[in-house]
Structure formats: C-alpha cells, structure tokens
Design a protein around this ligand. Sequence first.
Ligand code: F6R
Length: 614
Amino acid sequence: MCGIVGYIGDRDAYDVLIKGLRRLEYRGYDSAGLSLMPRAGELNCYKTRGKVAELERYAQDKDKSGTLGIAHTRWATHGEPNDINAHPHYSQSGDLSMIHNGIIENYVTLRTKLEQVGYTFKSTTDSEVVVNLIEYIRNTMGLDLCSSVQHALNQVVGAYAIAVIDRNDPNLLIGARKSSPLVVGVGENEFFLASDATPIVEYTNKVVYLDDEQIVLLRRGEEMKIVDLSNVVVTPEIHELTLDLSVLEKGGYPHFMLKEIYEQSRTIQDCIRGRVNSEGTEVILSGVSQNRDKFMAAGRIIFVACGTSWHAALIGKQMIEEFCRIPAYVEYASEFRYRNPVINEDDIVIAISQSGETADTLAAVELAKQKKAFVYGICNVVGSSIARATHSGSYIHVGPEVGVASTKAFTGQVTTLAMLTITIAKERGTISDERYVQMIKSLQQLPQQMDVVLKQREKIEELSKIFTYANNFIYLGRGYNYPVALEGALKLKEISYIHAEGYPAAEMKHGPIALIDAEMPVVAIATSDSIYEKTISNIQEIKARSGRVLALVSEGDNQIGNIVDYVIEVPTTDEFLMPILSSIPLQLLAYFIAVNKGRDVDRPRNLAKSVTVE
Ligand code: F6R
C-alpha cells in the first residue's frame, strides 16, 4: 500500500525520490506525488493520479532542484484517487508539507474542530487533517515542529507513518510511525526515510526501524534523534541490511512474477539452508529450540494470516495435526481480531505474513499477546513489524518478493511450516526416528524437483492459450491439495481478473457441481496421495457433466490421462510436501493466462502488496 520516501543530504532529492517511488511501486498505488525544497521559504509540490511515470512527465519542465524532499505513492482509502487527494498535502499556510500512510480513524472529529477555527480543506483525505492539526498546534501553542507533531499524534487515533517538512527550515525532515512501517537509512551526511528498505539499499546498508509512537528528527549535519510521543529520548539501534540490489531488478525476465516463480528452487534452498544439518539427519529451527517448553506444553496452535499466507496456514494446520498431534486452527486475521476469540495461555498463535506489515495480522498478534498466548511469526521481510512484535519466529528467507501476486513466499512459508512441524513432532515424540529422517530427505529433494516442474513452462504456456477465453474457473483438490486449489484460484483471480473458485473436490456435489458445463474449465489437483482414488471419483463426476478438466498429476500416472482433457505432471514427493510442487504449475498457468489477456501482471488493478490498512 502507500509508499513513503524522504531524503535530506547533498544529492538532488528529486532523483532519490523518483527512484525510491519506483522501488515501492510493487506495493500498489493509484496516484503519486512529491514535495521539494529548492531553498528556504520555497516548496514545490507535484502530484498526479496514475503511475510514477506520469508524475515524471508532469514534473518534466518544472523546477526539480532541492536536496530535501518527500514523496509518496497513494493507495486510496479516504477519498477517490485523483490529483487533489494525492499526497503530499499542505497545511493551510502552505508552510508544512506532509505525506501519510495509514488511516486516521477520528479524522472527522478532528476536521470538524479545525473547521470551527477557520481551517478549510482541499481534499477529502484523512491525511490533510493531520498536517493542519500540526500547524494549528504549532501556531496556537508556540511549539517547535517536533513538539507540534508529538502533540498532534497524541490526538490521533489510527495508523500512520508520516514524513513532514517545513518550508522555513530547509535542514529538517521529520518522520513518525504507528502501526505503519517506517525505516530510516543512515548515510554519510544524509538520511533517507522509506516504508521499507528497498529505496534505501542503493545508498546505504545502515538502517533504523522506527517503533510505534516514535518520531525521528533528521537534521542536516547532525546525528539523528528519536523521541517517543511522551518525549522520552530513544537510542537508535542501527541494523545492517544484507539485501542485494540485483534481487530488486527483473534480471532479464519480462515480469517480477515470472522471475520469482523461477527463483523458487533457489529460494527453497535458502529457506532450508542452515536449518538442516550437512548430514541431512536433523532440522534445527532456533525459534523452536529456544522455546522448547512452550511447544512441548502447547494446548492448541492457532494460525492467523490473510490471503495467500492464510492458504499456507491451512497446510500448516494439516501438518501440525497429522504429525504433532496438536489441535490446530486457522483464522482470518481480520475476523479473529474483532470477535473476542478464546485464547488460552498455553496456546501458540502463529502469525504468517510475507510482508510482516499486514495490518490485520499485526492486530491479531497484539490481541494474542494481550491474552498471554505465545506468539510465533513466520515472515519474509526481516525487521518487519510482525517479525518484531512476535515473541519468536522463523524467517522464510526467500528474498524480496516484488510481484504483487505472492509465489515464492507461499512455497517458502509452506517449507518453513514443514520444518516447524518436523521439529515439533520430533521433540514431542509423535513421529518415529525413521519417519523423521525420511521427512528431512524429502525436504532436501525439493529444490531439484522444483526445477523439474519449472521445465514444463512451454507446455503450460500452450495450455494457457486454450483457457484464456474462460470467464470462470473451478479449482479442486483434497487434503493437502485443497489449499493449493484455493491458492491456484486466487492467483488466477488477482492477475487475470477471471473469476475462479477453489473447492474441496468432494464438496462439488453439495452445490457447485450445478455450475459445470462444457464452458467451465476445472483444474483438478490429483497427485498420488492417500485420497487419490477419491479425487478420481470426483473428477469422474465432473466429466460425466461435460466439464473440461485439466489435471495436475504425479509423474508416471497413466490412469487420469484417459479420463481428463489435459494433464500436467509433477514429481512425486512426501504427501505433506506436495503443495510446494503442485502450486508451481498453477502459478505459471495464472501467469500465462494473465499475460495472454494483456494484464499488468506485477501490478494488478486495485491490489497492494503490503496491506497496511485494515
Ligand atoms: C496474494 C497475496 C495476498 C497476500 C495477503 C497477505 O497473492 O499476495 O493475498 O498474501 O495480502 O499478505 P502478507 O503475507 O504480506 O501478510
């Protein structure tokens, strides 16, 4: 969602800001803008609906000078996406310019109060209220900018990451956050502010992650200063980034999504590396070994997540129940947080999130902590809010995922859940030593097997042409492959805009089978597992009603080919790991169908990569 970039230093701020906005494009947005301060007393603001390229066109013949500036990509929440609602926003006097990511819940009350004292508003956004509130406090209380920001944020209810500049002070950039991420980059005589580290990594690998209710003062020629909303000074903790810039580029692929699909055999290796010993006889997840007592005594495991991460959680639930014999539940974070769930002190809540910034998942984590559960995070982005808010956790280590549709993060999440399951099951003695070693062996074979799946690109591309016409799709699977069906349908929906539903195959006869006719493609995931025969029967039911079936089968299956219309083969692995292989052809199928339809695969309409509002 909204992206923030700020710069103060010796470089041309415009170049840093535009490059930074481009790096943040993956988060999803519908307008973009920036403010630059060429000299004291002057502020130039350019903003427009549409992409960063349009902003660049708009600013082409304008004054782009200045070494201090802020920039923003907006994903509309309050107020339609247009030029006026785009950020930055100005205060009434024109002195202050501000960008904001998040939602101010009490903005109507604050706006009414400001209107009563003579403020008028140009936009319909909640953000413009904040910048005017800061100015009002500064004027009426005679405070400096930092204290005014502090006072204003104490009145605000909601989530924010903001960056503010004052046209009368060309040496100061202020940032603050609560529930929306904000990272400070520390260079030589320069500072950067951004929603995540991707706009910063090109210039410095030293970053400070702001915590909730912290304000950072970045003054030219001085050390950074952090204070909290009660004015307590906080010592900045500098982290070193290990992000490699090349992973933020497409590397010859037409889209990030395709690049990320193809990276999976390597990213799974990265995910496993350091966790399975060199002999392949032991899995060590430090988050589990350091909290062994919690896992041994766990009454229940409750997964909280959204979207694709929620699908990974459904697979995690099956693994945990099958091998660890701990009751496991999967909750949509957005539902869980608002329904006063029963959470016991011996429950373990596992939050799964690629970005580590999803607002609902973060709120679910906070709720679980309040109720005294032990909270474990499975995140990709190092240093993200959820990674820091949880008691312990495991990173999936698949590297930055830029394509909006999640691919390598999903397989990384499932792989991490598999390692978590194996570790807990061994500790609790719910699997035999032989089974333990066998599971690890299967895990280690995955990267190679993924390469085999990825070689089917041409076949899947050809098949995609047959199905591009369709307006609806059904995806079917059972057991471990049911969440894969959900995930396959979600991938297709989000990037091709074709309506698709995932179902447990046996549920079809309870209603959805009425939809089946020759126009309805059905993707059936029917790999050789313990319920293979049952899945075949379900496919027969579809075929009997003239359905057109594309089946995903295990290598060497010579039964299904006689029943269905098209077949894609995947190598055989241990049943609980099958989703890691069977999800890949579905990612490719969705990708090629979307490309055939001319969709903007990496930036599908209305979607944001990091959903930082609820
Ligand atoms: C789908 C997709 C989304 C995310 C969801 C949760 O391809 O990317 O459904 O999975 O928004 O995001 P994270 O995992 O960052 O919490």
